[in-house]
Design a protein around this ligand. Structure first.
Ligand code: GCO
Ligand code: MG
Length: 402
């Protein structure tokens, strides 16, 4: 089953997506997502200039060997660009293999471990009252788990608060827009949001919160402690994780469950976090961590330590990643939850797919492959637009973690 062609398709139905399409002798095709929010064209070049030419003529059935070829063969290992390129190839090849086997991808991975995949949606508002209302709307839509983020009075552009409930997208300008951060106001305000949410809705729903790497370990420990009465499903990215040891301090002080990993690329980014049981959920995902092959290694290792999966699923991960994730989640024994931000109708039209939301869960499709396609005519209607993520500064002008 020789690879005949490998092509990159860039489209911007509201936001940019990079897709790799591989075709093998005999005509079967598969697609993989290579989107890196705000840095899309670097992956396009990596694929077109360095990866696609090397794929031609290779046996598409040898997924592991091709993964190793791209990982070891680059010599310059890891990193978001390399690992996204590898992910795109890997997912396209799994898609082809599953189509050739006439099986939905989850079957090829080992079969379903569950019938449906619990997801969480994003509720946000400018202040506590608006966010409480937004959570109410998610509950009405059937969600069992909701991430809640609120603007903070006096803090311009606090993380997670955007344009409307359903289609929040932070990459909003050709050059990074500037936002402001104030840790003192945040540490004071965020616990009040969750108190208000529990007062209004009780404890029947899972609540989640994303700190987006903005606290130091001791501040994160304090927030975790003050959120304990709200019994969160998780507190995410409470402090930057380049230094995995930082989580030891947070862990020592709070029983609020910890999630991290949406920016991780390989098992090496989380080996100690998992092995020392410093976290409860690993957020690495298909497109970020080297495809199904890369993520499976992380998930299997995590299972040994009772760490569960919670794949990143923001809208900058294309429907190809989301669709593949739903197969992965249906199989993976140590599943925790799946993030699910809805794509716009324009995006859904570019990427026809067969996963479906029902009553707080995503249901996996039953057609062979990962069940997501790309309509190239639709895609061509939306040319690439430069868009970058914002940056954050403290009030005195110091650059901070966005
Ligand atoms: C999340 C994330 C996203 C990121 C986005 C960056 O938990 O969903 O933090 O919203 O900010 O993926 O491109
Ligand atoms: Mg996050």
């Amino acid at each position: 089953m020789q690879i005949k062609s490998a092509r990159v398709i860039v489209t911007c139905p509201g936001r940019n997506f990079v897709t790799l399409k591989i075709e093998v002798e005999g005509g079967l095709t598969g697609i993989g997502d290579a989107t890196l929010n705000g840095r899309e064209l670097s992956v396009v070049s990596y694929l077109e200039d360095h990866v696609c030419p090397a794929l031609i003529g290779k046996d598409a059935r040898r997924i592991e060997d091709i993964w190793q070829f791209l990982y070891r063969g680059a010599y310059w290992r890891r990193g978001p660009v390399t690992m996204r390129a590898i992910a795109a190839v890997d997912v396209a090849l799994w898609d082809i293999k599953a189509k050739a086997a006439k099986m939905p991808l989850y079957d090829l991975l080992g079969g379903k471990s569950r019938d449906r995949v619990m997801v969480y949606g994003h509720a946000n508002g400018g202040d506590i009252d608006e966010t409480v209302d937004a959570v109410g709307r998610y509950i009405e839509m059937g969600y069992k788990a909701i991430r809640a983020q609120t603007g903070i009075p006096g803090v311009k552009g606090a993380y997670g608060v955007g344009r409307g409930d359903l289609y929040y997208e932070p990459a909003d300008a050709a050059l990074p827009s500037e936002t402001l951060w104030n840790t003192t106001s945040y540490l004071d305000y965020a616990p009040k949001l969750f108190e208000a949410l529990r007062d209004r809705f009780g404890f029947d729903h899972h609540l989640l919160h994303d700190v987006h790497h903005r606290l130091t370990p001791i501040e994160a420990a304090r927030l975790g402690k003050s959120l304990e009465p709200a019994r969160l499903f998780w507190m995410e990215d409470c402090t930057p994780a380049e230094n995995q040891e930082a989580f030891r301090l947070v862990r020592q002080h709070t029983v609020t469950p910890l999630a991290v990993g949406e920016i991780f690329n390989t098992i090496w980014d989380c080996k100690d976090l998992i092995g020392e049981q410093l976290i409860d959920y690993i957020r690495a995902t298909i497109v970020g961590a080297g495809g199904v092959t890369g993520l499976r290694r992380i998930a299997d290792y995590a299972a040994i330590y009772q760490v569960r999966t919670g794949c990143h699923g923001a809208t900058d991960l294309s429907p190809v990643t989301l669709g593949t994730a739903v197969h992965f989640d249906s199989w993976v024994p140590n599943f925790g939850i799946q993030e699910y931000m809805r794509h716009t109708p324009e995006t859904d039209a570019v990427f026809p797919h067969n996963y479906a939301f029902e009553d707080g869960y995503l249901l996996v499709g039953e057609t062979p492959g990962h069940g997501v396609d790309i309509d190239e005519e639709e895609a061509a209607k939306y040319p690439y637009k430069p868009m970058q993520l914002p940056v954050a500064r403290l009030e005195d002008g110091t650059m901070w973690n966005w």
